[in-house]
Design a protein around this ligand. Structure first.
Ligand code: HEC
Length: 294
């Protein structure tokens, strides 16, 4: 075969390989490793400028494929005092206008900042790989919109928000096929109590239990005076809800947490489903419910 014909055949063959396996080159396969699963954040706006950026305290890596989903609501009081409520997608059919993070996107929509770049989260969420950077959240509002002083009634041209955000991320790699027997899938490592607390129970997360149970909310039983992992652990440990075999803290029938038991009521101010968070709770319980925090 003449030289250029061989070259042509080679190009054709590699094109074929590409179409046959779009993600990983031939002789390799895709492996997904969870880097972060169901990490929760709360975006609430009170007593501050509505264009305040809320830090997540989390840095994204460039080689991880992330998914960010949001639920909850945002209430605006127009300049005439009219009350309107939206989801994280913002006001339907509107544009936030000059000065907002994404001027052409809806008024009040939830925006993620990754580093200094804004991305629309909205209803559908965000999914993909992004340049490495710090993750923060902001509402898509023109500057100067204010959050009302608490307690309400809210004056005109103000916004309140109460949104729950969940972050997951997977590292997707192409790994050489090998002739050996298929390796068993690694079981996800259960979190330590300190990790579980920091990702779903601490202030600023989906649970934020001690925001009320530290004595701040007079109607909520007080677990202790500080918002830390040991206070929460000790309170529930004394109630025996971590104990085998029932481990009722995460039980689908008896848990007080709505993520595991749909008829439960906690966290009282944010009764939204969160399967990923319940999975983490149950994984920790199943691993023996130990406290590594002290
Ligand atoms: C917005 C405030 C608030 C938040 C946040 C909150 N709670 Fe509560 N919680 C209450 C109030 C008020 C009560 C008492 C009334 C009731 O039982 O509904 C209560 C009662 C409870 C009880 C029953 C009494 C007890 O202490 O044994 C449990 C258990 C509980 N909460 C767990 C949690 C957990 C776990 C979280 C976090 C995932 C949480 N709560 C978040 C306000 C809150």
């Amino acid at each position: 075969m003449p030289k250029h014909a061989a070259l042509l055949a080679l190009v054709a063959a590699s094109l074929l390989a590409l179409t046959a396996c779009p993600k990983c080159p031939q002789g390799s396969h895709e492996v997904r490793t969870s880097v972060v699963s169901g990490k929760g954040f709360t975006f609430s706006l009170n007593d501050q400028a509505a264009d305040t950026r809320v830090e997540s305290g989390y840095d994204l890596a460039s080689d991880v494929t992330y998914t960010i989903v949001a639920s909850g609501s945002l209430t605006t009081f127009t300049t005439t005092g009219e009350k309107k409520t939206y989801g994280p997608e913002g006001r339907d059919g509107s544009k936030a206008g000059p000065g907002a993070p994404l001027p052409d996107f809806p008024y009040g929509a939830l925006v993620a900042f990754i580093g200094s770049t804004p991305y629309y989260i909205g209803k559908g969420g965000l999914s993909g790989q992004y340049p490495a950077g710090h993750l923060a959240f902001q509402l898509n509002l023109p500057p100067g919109t204010a959050a009302p002083p608490s307690p309400t009634p809210a004056p005109p041209n103000t916004v309140t928000a109460n949104i729950t955000i969940t972050l997951s991320g997977e590292r997707i790699e192409c790994v050489q096929d090998d002739a050996g027997p298929p390796k068993p899938k690694p079981t996800p490592t259960p979190p330590q109590w300190s990790e579980l607390y920091a990702s779903v129970f601490a202030p600023g997360t989906a649970g934020h239990c001690l925001n009320c149970h530290d004595g701040t909310d007079k109607k909520a039983p007080k677990w202790g005076a500080t918002r830390d992992a040991n206070v929460m652990y000790d309170y529930f440990n004394a109630q025996h809800v971590f104990d085998a075999p029932n481990r009722s803290f995460g039980s689908t029938a008896d848990s007080r947490i709505i993520w595991c038991n749909p008829s439960a009521q906690m966290p009282l101010d944010q009764q939204v489903a969160n399967k990923a968070a319940c999975d983490q709770v149950q994984a920790w319980l199943a691993a023996g419910a130990h406290n590594d925090a002290r």
